[in-house]
Structures are given as C-alpha cells and as structure tokens.
Design a protein around this ligand. Sequence first.
Ligand SMILES: Cc1cc2nc3c(=O)[nH]c(=O)nc-3n(C[C@H](O)[C@H](O)[C@H](O)COP(=O)(O)O)c2cc1C
Length: 304
Amino acid sequence: MDRLRTKFLGKEMSSPLVLPAGVLDISFSSYKSASENGAGLITTKSLTAESRTGHKGPVVTEVEGGMLNCMGLCNPGIEEGVLEIERFRKYSNAPVNVSIFATDEFAFAELAKKVNDTKADFLELNLSCPNVMDEFGVPLSASEKVVTGIISRVKSVSTLPVIAKLSPNVTSFTKIASAAAEAGADALCMINTLGPGIDIDIETGMPVLYNITGGLSGPALKPIALRLIYECRKAGLTLPIIGMGGIITGEDAVQMLMAGADLVGVGTGVYYRGPEIFGKINKEISDFLERKAIDSVGSVNRIV
Ligand SMILES: Cc1cc2nc3c(=O)[nH]c(=O)nc-3n(C[C@H](O)[C@H](O)[C@H](O)COP(=O)(O)O)c2cc1C
C-alpha cells in the first residue's frame, strides 16, 4: 500500500482518498469508520454558526446515475461539530478538513477563527451548496467578487490552509477557480453537487423530495468533474485539487488523477459499496499502479 502514500498541503496521507463533506453524519464514529476503511483525509459535514435541523424528509432519492439530496445543511453548529474532531483524534492521526458554511465574508471569518484552536488540519469553505437556494439564493461561488472577498478575509484570520469548494453550476468555472487561487486559496475542492434536480413519483403525482429539488451526486457527475478539473489544469492552475463527483471504482479514481486531481473524494460511492469502498478503491488503484509499474500515486501522468 506504500504506493498510495502521498502528501497534501504538507501533511502525510496514507491514501489519496477523501471522505467529502456531508455524505456521512457528523459523528466521530463515521469519521473513524471512513478512516479505518482506508480514507486518507476526513472532511466534516459543513458546519454553520448555529445548529440547523435541515429540510424535512424525504431528503434523499435515488435516480438514474446517482442521487438527489436536499439535506439543507443540517448540522449541530460549529461549537459542537469541532468537538467531534477531538473525539476522532483519540483513534486516528488522519488529517481532518473542517468544512464551514456561512452567507458572507464576515460570518465565514468568524467561523474560521473558531476552527483555528482545534485539532483540524485544513479549513474548507463550502461556497457551493445548491440545496439551500430557497433560503440563501444562488451558491456563493457563482460570483468571482464574492469568492475573492470570502477567501481573502478568511485567509487573513485563519491559521490553517484554506480549501475552496466550488460549484459546477456556473457559466465560467475556470474564472471562478482562478479568482479563488488569486485570492489566496491553498487548494480547490471540486465539485459540489450539480443542479438542483427534481424526481417525481407518478403514482402520487408528487415530487419525491419534500423540498422538491435536490443536488445531484454520483456517477452522472463524473464526466463533468473530470472536464472541470482538466480545464483548470489547462488554464494553468497549479494549486492542489481534491477531485470528486461519481467516484465508485479504482478506475474512476485514476481518471480523476489523470484529469489533474491530487486527491480523490468518494461520497455517494459509500451508498453504493458501503464504507468498505475506501479499502476497495485503494486496492484497485494499487493494482493499477503495480500493473503499470508506477511507483507512487503522485506519479500518475496527467492528460494535460
Ligand atoms: C447526502 C449528501 C450531503 C452532502 N453534504 C455536503 C455538505 O454538507 N457540504 C458540502 O460541501 N458538500 C456536501 N455534499 C456534496 C459532496 O461533498 C460531494 O461534493 C458531492 O456529493 C459529489 O461527490 P460524490 O458524487 O462522490 O458524492 C453532500 C452530498 C451528499 C450526497
């Protein structure tokens, strides 16, 4: 498994696989399970200043090629959420990435300060949640100006490397990604869910989700995620990228690396192959590296 070891923003990682924000619950035991099963980096659910109950159920529905979710950013709030990191630390040294969500740069900066004194390794800014549009409007990462404002302000107060999580639901993704890089983001995380979309039960004649719309995740996203990562690299962006969107197998993960990602998130895949998916994908990547005589995961050639 040594071929899988890698470094990300100065931290040693046992595997390039990442538990993305939100796909499992907020408890340290979920983080522990992902880590024990082979995830090299754990991301928390997006935390807000106050606790949120999220949307009424159903909040998840399986659709062709993936699933729709409208969790609505349910979380226990920043104070409680960061306690789970301390609990997780008793069992694992895997790096932890704390995801935060707020509605403007000042509120983001306040949350960022609260993560400084924790045992977290990275801070991820959720600039891209599509399933709270009724409440907060279009995702923050739809605007270069907003992205620049939030990242610059957070960078001025955060003691941790800052990762900007971007939305695919924009007209010029590379412009937004470049604005994030210029504002000082240490890495990018892409992509958040697509859409939102709708599923309809024809028997009841009703939308399946209580919230009507939800963000699309899973295999249908993969070609889009690959294209957006490729375009960022082609545009000359050199900062590290956590690529995600529809990764289910080792082959998918290698495609992400070839598109230009440094790490690979496995979210909806956990629903397809269980928490063991991390170990299974690690083995599938290792087998590929061995077959191609590539000595480390960081040496996979990119297409650009
Ligand atoms: C149930 C669920 C909850 C999610 N919650 C969050 C969240 O709190 N914050 C966030 O940035 N992304 C959230 N996401 C998006 C994922 O982190 C990821 O970007 C997206 O699902 C694409 O990856 P995947 O196809 O591997 O799931 C969530 C996704 C799902 C399916």
